[in-house]
Design a protein around this ligand. Structure first.
Ligand code: UTP
Length: 293
């Protein structure tokens, strides 16, 4: 029997400099796609994949995320008085169960690897998921649920979400050096963080969903700073590859890089077009705008 993945880490300690000034006083993860913040999509995806405990690694100015996942009695009573029961229900359904959420301060944004390491005590000795809320995926089955299924088929182990990217963009991603590849699952032989296209072993990139064995914490503990002078999760996973296997999963769905302005705008359009209450009006608007170009 493989150990169930019950816990997910949400690193939300980054500075979000690409979205300044919007992210000066508000975390990037609270930017809305249509009418829900990015972090809500991430938590919903985790819940749909069977995650029971939610660990947020936060930083300065992120308390608004804690408020978002808390009851708001004042608002709830006003909605109740006004008979807005559908909105009220939606708000309440969006909340994780009492006692299932923990917040840890990263104190200094020293990189994604460092953010994950901060969750060590909350995770303990069990496999866990990591979700980067700014990598938003539009799919029928949530990406993390697809990865959980793959993990079960593989009898456990480390699973990464993977996607082909334009060769010229390899320097933006952790890139997989592929081994055995069945077109869907691919064995990870090596990982390189943000390689120059001329040095990239492939154009298969790691996207912000990971299922990891807890041994990663031992490696992160002593991890030297890597690309961008940050403690990189990719470097720690590279070290783990010496003793354990990793698989990349080419997930079904469309991924949007919402940490980037164009990706964020694209996601808003795609998610609006995917909503039955908005798609007709949005289509009209897009058609008219395109005709004027
Ligand atoms: P990014 O590379 O997008 O960095 O982080 P960033 O600081 O958030 O944004 P920019 O590049 O300045 O615009 C990827 C993910 O890792 C988290 C971020 O919150 C994001 O989800 N992260 C990054 C941390 O939690 N801590 C860190 O020290 C760095």
């Amino acid at each position: 029997m493989i150990k169930k993945v019950r816990k997910a880490v949400f690193p939300v300690g980054g500075l979000g400099t690409r979205f300044l000034p919007a992210t000066k006083a508000m975390p990037k993860e609270m930017l809305p796609i249509v009418d829900r913040p990015l972090i809500q999509y991430a938590v919903d995806e985790a819940r749909e994949a069977g995650i029971e405990e939610f660990i947020f690694v936060t930083g300065r100015g992120k308390v608004i995320i804690e408020d978002h996942f808390d009851r708001s009695y004042e608002l709830e009573s006003v909605l109740n008085e006004r008979g807005k029961t559908d909105v009220l229900e939606e708000l309440q359904n969006g909340l994780p169960k009492t006692g299932s959420v923990a917040y840890i301060r990263q104190q200094e944004p020293q990189g994604l690897g460092h953010a994950v390491w901060c969750a060590k005590r909350y995770i303990g000795n069990e496999p866990f998921a990591v979700i980067l809320a700014d990598d938003l995926i539009l799919s029928e089955k949530p990406c993390l649920a697809q990865m959980m299924e793959t993990r079960e088929q593989m009898d456990g182990g480390n699973i990464l979400a993977a996607m082909e990217v334009p060769h010229a963009h390899t320097s933006r991603y952790g890139i997989i050096s592929p081994g055995y590849d069945d077109g869907k699952k691919v064995e990870v032989k090596a990982l390189v963080e943000k390689p120059d296209p001329s040095k990239a072993p492939s154009n298969l990139a790691v996207i912000g969903r990971y299922i990891l064995e807890p041994t990663v914490f031992n490696i992160l503990e002593n991890q030297a700073r890597g690309a961008g002078n940050e403690i990189q999760l990719t470097d720690a996973m590279s070290d783990m590859l010496k003793s354990t296997s990793f698989y990349g999963l080419r997930f079904d769905g469309t991924r949007f890089d919402c940490g980037d302005k164009i990706g964020f705008l694209h996601a808003n359009l795609a998610f609006a077009l995917n909503r039955s209450d908005l798609s007709h009006e949005m289509e009209d608007i897009i058609r008219k705008m395109a005709a004027d170009l």
